[in-house]
Ligand binder design. Sequence first.
Ligand SMILES: C[S@@+](CC[C@H](N)C(=O)[O-])C[C@H]1O[C@@H](n2cnc3c(N)ncnc32)[C@H](O)[C@@H]1O
Length: 299
Amino acid sequence: MTSSRCKHATLVVTVIRKTLPQPNPTMSTKRYIARFFSGLYWFLIQGRTSMKQSFEDVYGINDVGPTFRGIYRDVFGDEYAEEIDHCGFTTKTDLASIVQAVGLSPDERLADFACGRGGNGLYVARTLNAELRGLDLSEAAIQIATRRISEFEMEGRAVFQAGDIRALPFKDREFDAAMCVDSLYMIPDKQAVLREVARVLKPGKPFVILTWEFDIPFAVKDYRPILDECGFDVQEYREIDGWLERQRGIFEKILANKDALVREMGKRAAAVWINVSKTELPKIEKMRRVFIVATTKEA
Ligand SMILES: C[S@@+](CC[C@H](N)C(=O)[O-])C[C@H]1O[C@@H](n2cnc3c(N)ncnc32)[C@H](O)[C@@H]1O
């Protein structure tokens, strides 16, 4: 076997071992298959052995560069919340809706799960004068988010740590509100995520989710049944105004500016955005970006 074939075979085995770990009798076949396809996506489409690797590449650069920022400025217009430096699609209106939905009193504690570079959670916590804990799988994201605490004048009131939302390193009923922006759709075990978030929230408290539903096989078409199954009462559930035009615009401009993005971001980080744009554009009509507020069921 040539060395490149050997490398490929090793990668395939690595992916299979990561996507199909030891048989887990508590995991349903549907969830098992969803996890398998998620692994295949990151391997075949993104060319990475895991989702985590892709995000380490995205966050491992110092600056996204003028072309990427220009694309967001053009497409989002007045809705672009530049200060947030998000890794998704939050608009100023989305942020205002999150602030209203978490509705914390000063000094209460907010969690931003899958926080990325931390801007969304820092903005919401600063606006409400709340305490913040942020968590993300990517260590590079956590380093950036931690550096940004002072930018948002949240010193002593915010802490970021690396971890997996499916096994949260927090005590039961530790938080007064939680948020998860543009991330839940990509995590294979959604029930595990929701049960963990329900565990760490106090009863009757809100979890605000911005995510996508997909009308395609093995994807979630409606989060309401699984929220109910995992201990939440859904209070608000709506498609976000104008998301489709914005997101289509971003993807099209990313593909039209590939060379500049590679030059400014480097090949690996740019490849993640380019691949996401290529794979999501053709199915964008089968997606819905939704804003969800669900409160933990009272015991
Ligand atoms: C599209 S980004 C959104 C980040 C951030 N919420 C924002 O809007 O900028 C998705 C994030 O989910 C994180 N993520 C994916 N799976 C995760 C997991 N199991 N636990 C914690 N974070 C996860 C990734 O590292 C990435 O930062």
